[in-house]
Design a binder for this molecule. Structure first.
Ligand code: FES
Length: 321
C-alpha cells in the first residue's frame, strides 16, 4: 500500500463565488514531494471519505500544496465537507502526488478549462510560462465572479495569455470555439479539463477540425478497464469470515453485490483510484482494473482487490471480510 503524508490545512481562500482554495503544508515542516502539473492527491477528509483533487499553482513550490474545491450541489460528501467543516489548523492525511494527466513537450500548448477544471490547467500555464513554451489558456465559467485564480490569470504572461469566457454573456463552450481549436497547428497539443460533456464536445470539435487524437489530452479520471459488460464472465465472491457466497454477474461490481447483501464496504471514488475499498484476497485470481495499485503491488504474493471495479479471473474469489 502506498504510504500517506500528514499535512496541516495552512490556509483557505475564497476563489470566485463557489470555490475554496486550500493550502496544505507538511505537519513536520519538511518539504512535500515534488510534483508535475496534472498531478492529483488523494485527500482523506475524514474516516471513509477520500477524494481526489488536482494540485494547482506553481509546481516548483514544495513548501505547500494547493488544491481548489468547487461547492457541488450534488456533493456526495467531499465538497460539502470541505466547504462546511474543513478549517485551518486541521490535520489531514494525503497520498503522494500521482500523475494521470502529464504534460508532453510541444512547440505550443492550448489549454481549455471549464469550471473547476481550471485547477490542473492553471498549474500547466504556470509551468509553460516558466519553461518559455507558448500557450493559450481558455477558461469557461458561467458568469463574472465565478473565476478561480482571477488575479493570477489576469496578470501579463510573457509566453502566453489567458482568455476568460462567460456563458451568461453568450460564450459557452458549446457556442464559442476559440480560433486555435478550429485551426490546429503542427506540434501543438491540446489539454482539456472540466465536466465530461465539455470534454467530449471539445474533443469532437477538435477532431472534426483536423486535430490528431494523440495531440488531445484529457484527465484519465476513470477506471482503466473499458471491457464491455457482455464480454465479462460472472463469478462468485465468498466472505472468508462467514463463508457467505454471492454471484457477481457481468456488469456488476463486487462492491454493489456486497452492499446489496448488507456487507459494509468502504467506498470513495468508486473508480479504482483512491484505495478506500482495497481488500485482501485469500483465494482466487484477480482481474485488476484499478489504477491505485502499482504493477508490483498487483503481482505481489499478498493480493488486494479494489472491490469497486476489479473482477475475478477464477470462478470464485475469497475476500478477507
Ligand atoms: S472506492 Fe476508490 S478504489 Fe474503490
Amino acid at each position: 500500500m502506498s504510504t500517506t503524508l500528514q499535512v496541516v490545512v495552512d490556509g483557505m481562500f475564497r476563489q470566485g463565488r463557489h470555490n475554496l482554495a486550500v493550502n496544505l503544508v507538511a505537519e513536520n515542516g519538511q518539504p512535500l514531494p515534488c510534483w508535475q502539473p496534472g498531478a492529483h492527491i488523494d485527500v482523506h477528509l475524514r474516516e471513509g471519505l477520500v477524494r481526489q483533487y488536482s494540485l494547482t499553482g506553481q509546481s516548483d513550490n514544495t513548501r505547500h500544496y494547493q488544491i481548489c474545491i468547487a461547492r457541488d450541489q450534488q456533493s456526495r460528501g467531499g465538497s460539502r465537507y470541505v466547504h462546511e467543516m474543513l478549517r485551518p489548523g486541521q490535520v489531514l492525511r494525503i497520498s503522494p502526488p500521482r500523475n494521470l494527466f502529464p504534460m508532453q513537450l510541444a512547440g505550443k500548448v492550448i489549454l481549455m478549462a471549464a469550471g473547476i477544471g481550471i485547477t490542473p490547467l492553471y498549474a500547466m500555464a504556470e509551468a509553460l510560462e516558466a519553461a518559455g513554451v507558448p500557450f493559450v489558456l481558455h477558461y469557461y465559467v458561467k458568469q463574472r465572479g465565478d473565476e478561480a485564480f482571477l488575479p493570477e490569470l489576469s496578470k501579463p504572461f510573457q509566453h502566453g495569455f489567458c482568455e476568460i469566457w462567460h456563458s451568461s454573456e453568450g460564450r459557452s463552450p458549446r457556442s464559442h470555439a476559440p480560433a486555435e481549436l478550429l485551426d490546429p497547428a503542427e506540434d501543438t497539443h491540446l489539454y482539456l479539463c472540466g465536466p465530461a460533456g465539455f470534454m467530449s464536445h471539445i474533443r469532437a470539435t477538435a477532431i472534426r477540425h483536423g486535430w490528431q487524437e494523440q495531440h488531445i489530452h484529457t484527465e484519465a479520471f476513470k477506471p482503466l478497464s473499458a471491457v464491455a459488460a457482455q464480454d465479462e464472465a460472472g463469478f462468485t465472491v465468498t466472505l472468508a469470515s462467514t463463508g457467505q457466497q454471492w454471484p457477481v454477474a457481468p456488469g456488476q461490481t463486487i462492491a454493489t453485490v456486497l452492499l446489496e447483501n448488507g456487507v459494509d464496504v468502504p467506498l470513495s471514488c468508486e473508480m479504482g483510484m483512491c484505495g478506500a475499498c482495497l481488500t485482501r484476497v485469500t483465494e482466487g485470481e484477480i482481474d485488476h482494473r484499478d489504477t491505485v495499485q502499482s504493477a508490483a503491488e498487483k503481482s505481489a504474493p499478498e493480493q488486494y482487490i479494489a472491490l469497486c471495479c476489479s473482477r475475478s479471473l477464477s470462478r470464485n474469489l475469497v475476500i478477507e471480510l
